[in-house]
Design a protein around this ligand. Structure first.
Ligand SMILES: Nc1ncnc2c1ncn2[C@@H]1O[C@H](COP(=O)(O)OP(=O)(O)OP(=O)(O)O)[C@@H](O)[C@H]1O
Ligand SMILES: [Mg+2]
Length: 422
């Protein structure tokens, strides 16, 4: 009997059917699960969109999460790269470990090695005590190196070593330490260009780029633009307690045909501005046009060029310099007007109680000269904050473009944005 049962079970035909059924089932489950999982992941991480490339990117992130492979996330500024390292961490075996996101562009060049690898007491003048770096505190977890293309070359050497061997040295120490950190990096740089310019090590690029996730630009996922706009509009209208926004067909088409240099960040900014500023919340194409960047801002740049490479054609730099000079001239005029009015106020308050006040001298007085440095400082900070705010608004949140507009390096701009709470 046992023998008979055994025979029936393993007849070649039955085994074939069973195998076929098993794979069909697995395949069906895979498709079904993927759709369900995708939806759940998007909800969990606040990702809006149905674009096929975006879906593929999420699938890749989930697949590679189980491995310890290095992942490089590329894509233009504002496309949503920062979701992916979070997905990778959440679906990895390290999910209960630490997750740190480090913006390599925002840390001053002089302290970045210490931030990443730590230092010993006395390693440099200000090193009053020992300091643990991210590779130490993220041990067993995931480290997201954002804007990795901005890393200085000497840091790239250290990074390559820790990626290859898991070993690193704290600054000021010769003791080799071990770490088990999974690195996910992101960049909006054209890395090929950065390598050609000698700004980024090729060996490190290949080490980081074991798997690449390319996040599509917004203009390449037009079908998602109305969805995203609707979501942002609902959020901002709720936040500012404004009536709901709606776009007519022409406005929707205009939205879909725009270039979106600053991608989703820019779309989000525009939705916020419209939600706050527009009284009539039925938005027409004409209304929308006021918020879109001018035609000349549309340039075919897929991934931005590294900033140091900009030396070949100086017309762009001349434009920036011209803008800076004009801005300084305007600031000077405003400062002069302010100085005039404060001089007048000083003179008036000085003689307010006198029966006969002398004629007001509008030339700068001694008092005015004395208060100038303080006023000057205040104005420069305020002026700079305002200039950066405007530049960010005009560039749709694209920090590279904004940095060029205000004539700062991107690294400095990152810090100023943080400092001014922009
Ligand atoms: N699919 C999406 N759904 C909803 N919001 C999104 C989506 N993608 C991006 N965003 C939002 O757009 C903004 C920009 O995204 P993010 O900061 O990830 O861009 P980035 O690619 O890292 O840009 P950068 O290179 O300038 O750092 C964020 O506010 C983010 O929440
Ligand atoms: Mg980012």
């Amino acid at each position: 009997m046992t023998y008979a049962r055994f025979t029936v079970f393993f007849t070649p035909k039955f085994a074939y059917i069973k195998k076929k059924y098993y794979f069909c089932n697995l395949f069906a489950r895979y498709i079904y699960m993927t759709q369900q999982d995708l939806l759940a992941i998007k909800q969990r991480f606040g990702i809006i969109g149905q674009n096929a490339q975006l879906n593929r990117d999420i699938e890749i992130a989930v697949q590679v999460a189980r491995t310890d492979l290095s992942v490089l996330i590329t894509g233009e500024s504002g496309v949503g790269k920062e979701h992916f390292p979070k997905i990778i961490h959440a679906f990895s075996a390290r999910k209960h470990g630490a997750y740190f996101a480090v913006n390599c562009g925002a840390i001053p060049e002089g302290t970045i090695d210490s931030e990443l690898f730590g230092h010993e007491k006395g390693a440099f003048t200000d090193a009053k005590s020992e300091h643990k770096g991210y590779f130490e505190i993220a041990d067993g977890g995931t480290l997201f190196l954002d804007e990795v293309g901005e890393l200085p070359l000497q840091t790239q050497v250290r990074l390559l070593r820790v990626l290859e061997t898991g070993e690193y040295l704290r600054m000021g120490s010769s003791t080799v330490r071990k770490t088990n950190v999974r690195v996910v990096a992101a960049t909006n740089l054209n890395m090929r260009q950065a390598i050609d310019d000698g700004r980024f090590r090729e060996d490190l690029y290949y080490r980081l780029n074991t798997v690449e996730i390319r996040v599509p630009a917004l203009r390449d996922r037009k079908e998602d633009i109305p969805l995203l706009f609707r979501k942002f509009a609902v959020d901002f209208c709720n936040r500012y307690q404004m009536p709901p926004l709606s776009l007519n067909d022409e406005a929707t088409r205009l939205l879909q045909d725009s270039y979106w240099r600053g991608n989703i960040r820019q779309l989000k900014n525009i939705a916020e501005q419209i939600a706050v500023i527009e009284m009539d919340h039925q938005i027409s194409a004409d209304t929308l046009r006021k918020y879109l960047p001018q035609e000349e801002n549309r340039q075919e740049i897929v991934l931005r060029e590294p900033s140091r490479n900009a030396g070949k054609d100086y017309s762009h730099e001349l434009g920036i310099l011209y803008n800076m000079v004009m801005q300084n001239k305007k600031d000077l005029e405003e400062l002069r007007a302010l100085l005039d009015s404060s001089t007048r106020n000083i003179e008036i308050s000085k003689y307010r109680n006198h029966d006969k006040a002398p004629a007001i001298d509008l030339s700068p007085s001694r008092e005015a000269e004395e208060i100038l440095p303080i006023e000057d400082n205040l104005r420069i900070d305020e002026g700079e904050r305002e200039r950066i705010r405007k530049a960010l608004a005009l560039s749709g949140g694209n920090r590279k473009v904004a940095a060029e507009k205000v004539g700062l390096s991107e690294r400095t701009l990152y810090r100023k944005i943080k400092e001014y709470g922009l």
